[in-house]
Write a protein that binds this ligand. Structure first.
Ligand code: ATP
Length: 641
C-alpha cells in the first residue's frame, strides 16, 4: 500500500499532500445501449489506461497512489484508502476524505453505499468509535463523539441536521480553525446513535434526476466527525456533487444554475489541491468557494487527505472520465511526477490480466477487438481516428479535449515554455494582421473614392502580382502549430480563400455592392440588409469557414481575442468567458444568444457585421492591388510619354 507522503515546507511544519485513489465502477451495459465496451481499464493496483481520443489505436496511461478496479469491494476501498488516516485525528490532526468524479460514476456508492454494501462513511464512523473505545480503555477517554452534517448547495451552507436553518456563515478563529456558528453539533455515543441521526438527515440532501443519474446529488454533502476531547482533530467525509457536462445531463433552468455552482466550486477545489501539492503557490485559493473555505483546516497543512476519484467505463462518459483523470493526475503530478503520457499501439497492448477479462464480463472483449480492428482500418484509410468517438465528434468537445490536453502538457516545463513562445508568436501575428487590415481598409477607401466605377474593369495579372507578400503572411500565420489549431484569429481565416478571389471575381463585385449597402446602414448594423439576402450572396464555403473560426474564438479565445471580434466589447467578452466557464462550450454560433445581454437582434447584427467584414476585407485587398497596379501603370505610361 502506498504510504502517506509528507513534504517538508522548508521549516519545521510538514505539509501532507493529497493522496489520490481512482475507483472504476463496473460497466453498466444497460446504460450504454450501443454496448461499445469500456474505454478505460485498469492495468494494476496503481495504473490504468484510457483510449487516446486523438488516436484510438493508442492509450493514455495514468499512475495514482491506488487504483481500485471494478471488482474492488467497499471493504477494500476503505482498508486501503481511508482507514490508515483515521488514527491521526486522535493525535490532534485533521483529516478529510472526499469522493470526486462525474455524475453517475459512483461517488455516493463509495461514500455512503447501501445497507448490504456500506461505504466509507459508515465504516469510518465505526472505526472512529473503535479507536476512541481503545483509547478509553487505555487512557480513560470519554467515549462520545460529536457529529455535524451539512450540504453546500448553490454556494449556501445548509444544516442537514436542522433543515429549516438558513445559509450559515463560515468563520475562522485566531488559531485558524474553521468554524460554522449555528451549525448543529450532535453527540453520538454509538454507531446506532449515529445511524439514527444520519439516515434521516441524508434524505434532506438536495438530489434530482438528470439524464445521467436518477438520483443525482446536486450538492456537496459534508459529514463532520469529532471525538469529544480537547486534543482531537476532526474528520470530514465529503460526497461531492458530480462534475458534469450539461449537454449530456440535459440540465436546464434551475439544474443549470446548480450545475454552474457545482462546477465552479469543483474548479476551485482543483486549484486548491493543485497549489497544495505543487507547494509553490504563495496563496492557496481556499476563499474562492464555500467548499474549499470550509475544508481549509482539513485540506493541506498538517491534515491528512484522500481524494477518491470515481470514474465510469462507458464510452458516453469518456470526456468526463478524461477530465476527472486529469484533475486527479494533476494533483499527483507535482509531488512525484506520477503522470506519464504514453502511447501504446494496439498490437502490443499489455496482455489483460485474467481479472480484467472477467471484469469485462466477456462481452467487452469481443466488441473491443472488433473496434480495434476497425480503428486500425480507418487509420490506414487515412481518416481521423478521433472520428471513432462518435460521441466526441462535436467540434466543441474536441476543442475542450485539446484544451485539456494542453493543460496536461503544461505541467512539463519544457513544453510549457515552448507553448508560451508559440502563444506569444501567434499573438504577435494576430496583431500584425489586424494592423495590416486597418491599413488596407483605409487605403482601399481612399482608392475607391479616386477610382469610382473603374474598379469593375480590374485585370487579373495585376492582382496576381501583388498576392505574394500576403500569401507569405498567410503561410506564416497558418503554419502547423499547436496553438493555432486551437486559437485562430478571424483575420487568418479571412486570408485563406485569397487564391480563389481572382477566380470568383464576380462574387467579389457582388459583395462590393453589398459593402455599399452596409455603409448606408445605421451604426448598430440592424437595417437595410434583407434577412435572407445577405448570406446567400456570399460564397458558402468562405461563410462556413468564417462561422467556424468565430465559433472557435468564442470557445477558446482569451478575453483579448474575444474583444477582437466585431461588436464584442469588454463587457460582452467577459460575459462570454463567464458563460463558457459555467456551461462549457458553445456548440453553435446561435448559442451566443444564451449569453446575458445578447438578444436575437444583436446576434444577427454581430453575424452580419463579422461575416460581411471578412468579405469587405478581401474587397479592400482587391481594390488596393488593382490601384497599386493602376498607379504604377500610369506612372510608367507618363514616363514613356
Ligand atoms: N462500485 C460500484 N459497484 C456497483 N454499483 C455501483 C458502483 N459504483 C456505482 N454504482 C452504481 O452506479 C449508479 C450511480 O452511482 P452513484 O449514485 O453513486 O453516482 P454518483 O457519482 O454519486 O452520481 P451523482 O454525482 O449524480 O450523485 C448507482 O446505481 C450505483 O449503485
Amino acid at each position: 500500500m502506498a504510504q502517506r507522503v509528507a513534504v517538508s515546507d522548508g521549516g519545521n511544519k510538514k505539509t501532507s499532500r493529497v493522496r489520490v485513489a481512482v475507483r472504476l465502477r463496473p460497466y453498466m451495459s444497460k446504460q450504454d445501449e450501443k454496448s461499445e465496451g469500456p474505454c478505460v481499464r485498469g492495468l494494476d493496483s496503481q495504473n490504468l489506461e484510457i483510449i487516446n481520443w486523438r488516436n484510438a489505436t493508442e492509450t493514455v496511461k495514468y499512475h495514482f497512489d491506488v487504483f481500485h478496479g471494478e471488482q474492488t469491494t467497499q471493504q477494500e476501498v476503505f482498508l486501503s484508502s481511508v482507514k490508515p488516516i483515521l488514527p491521526h485525528i486522535l493525535k490532534g490532526q485533521n483529516a478529510s476524505v472526499f469522493a470526486y468524479g462525474p455524475t453517475g460514476a459512483g461517488k455516493t456508492h463509495t461514500m455512503l453505499g447501501s445497507s448490504d454494501q456500506p461505504g466509507v462513511i459508515p465504516r469510518a464512523v465505526r472505526e472512529v468509535f473503535n479507536l476512541v473505545k481503545a483509547k478509553d480503555e487505555d487512557d480513560g477517554w470519554d467515549y462520545s463523539i460529536g457529529m455535524s452534517y451539512l450540504e453546500i448547495y448553490n454556494e449556501k451552507v445548509l444544516d442537514l441536521l436542522s433543515p429549516s436553518s438558513q445559509d450559515l456563515p463560515i468563520r475562522e478563529d485566531k488559531d485558524k480553525n474553521i468554524l460554522i456558528p449555528g451549525l448543529t453539533h450532535t453527540t453520538i455515543s454509538s454507531f446506532a446513535d449515529f445511524d439514527k441521526h444520519f439516515v434521516p438527515a441524508s434524505l434532506n440532501r438536495t438530489t434530482a434526476s438528470t439524464k445521467l443519474n436518477q438520483r443525482s446529488s446536486r450538492s456537496h454533502a459534508i459529514l463532520l466527525i469529532k471525538p469529544h476531547r480537547q486534543q482531537t482533530g476532526k474528520l470530514y467525509l465529503v460526497d461531492l456533487a458530480g462534475s458534469e457536462d450539461n449537454r449530456r445531463t440535459g440540465n436546464q433552468g434551475i439544474r443549470l444554475k446548480e450545475s454552474g455552482a457545482i462546477n465552479l466550486s469543483l474548479f476551485t477545489l482543483s486549484k486548491v489541491v493543485d497549489s497544495l501539492n505543487s507547494g509553490t503557490a504563495i496563496r492557496v485559493p481556499y476563499r474562492d468557494s464555500k467548499l474549499t473555505r470550509l475544508l481549509q483546516d482539513s485540506l493541506g497543512g498538517s491534515a491528512h487527505s484522500v481524494m477518491i476519484t470515481n470514474i465510469a467505463p462507458e464510452y458516453k462518459y469518456y470526456f468526463d472520465t478524461f477530465s476527472a483523470l486529469n484533475f486527479a493526475a494533476k494533483s499527483k503530478l507535482i509531488v512525484n511526477k506520477p503522470f506519464t503520457r504514453e502511447t501504446v499501439a494496439v498490437p502490443v497492448l499489455p496482455v489483460k490480466r485474467a481479472r480484467d477479462d472477467h471484469e469485462a464480463g466477456g462481452s467487452g472483449t469481443e466488441p473491443q477487438k472488433k473496434r480495434q480492428k476497425e480503428e486500425k482500418k480507418t487509420e490506414h484509410s487515412g481518416s481521423s481516428p478521433s472520428a471513432h468517438f462518435h460521441s466526441l465528434s462535436e467540434p466543441s468537445v474536441m476543442d475542450r479535449l485539446i484544451a485539456l490536453e494542453k493543460l496536461m502538457m503544461s505541467c512539463q516545463d519544457k513544453d510549457r515554455t515552448g507553448m508560451l513562445k508559440d502563444v506569444a508568436q501567434s499573438r504577435k501575428e494576430i496583431q500584425e494582421l489586424k494592423e495590416k487590415q486597418k491599413e488596407l481598409e483605409s487605403k482601399a477607401l481612399l482608392f475607391s473614392r479616386l477610382a469610382g466605377e473603374k474598379s469593375s474593369t480590374v485585370q487579373e495579372p495585376a492582382f496576381k502580382n501583388n498576392t505574394a507578400p500576403l500569401q507569405r503572411k498567410q503561410s506564416n500565420a497558418t503554419k502547423p502549430n499547436k496553438q493555432q489549431a486551437v486559437v485562430q484569429p478571424l483575420q487568418v481565416s479571412q486570408l485563406q480563400p485569397l487564391q480563389q478571389l481572382a477566380v470568383v471575381k464576380k462574387q467579389s463585385v457582388c459583395v462590393k455592392k453589398k459593402e455599399k449597402k452596409l455603409s448606408d446602414q445605421p451604426p448598430d448594423g440592424k437595417e437595410n440588409i434583407k434577412e435572407n439576402g445577405w448570406e446567400s450572396q456570399l460564397d458558402t464555403s468562405v461563410l462556413e469557414q468564417s462561422r467556424k473560426k468565430i465559433l472557435q474564438i468564442l470557445n477558446t479565445g482569451s478575453l483579448k481575442e474575444l474583444k477582437g471580434l466585431q461588436q464584442i466589447g469588454d463587457k460582452k467578452a467577459k460575459l462570454i468567458l463567464g458563460w463558457r466557464e459555467i456551461h462549457g462550450h458553445f456548440t453553435k454560433l446561435e448559442d451566443l444568444v444564451k449569453v446575458e445581454g445578447m438578444t436575437e437582434k444583436r446576434f444577427s447584427s454581430f453575424m452580419k457585421v463579422s461575416t460581411v467584414l471578412s468579405y469587405f476585407f478581401f474587397v479592400c485587398l482587391f481594390v488596393c492591388f488593382f490601384f497599386s497596379f493602376f498607379l504604377s501603370f500610369s506612372h510608367t505610361d507618363s514616363l514613356a510619354r
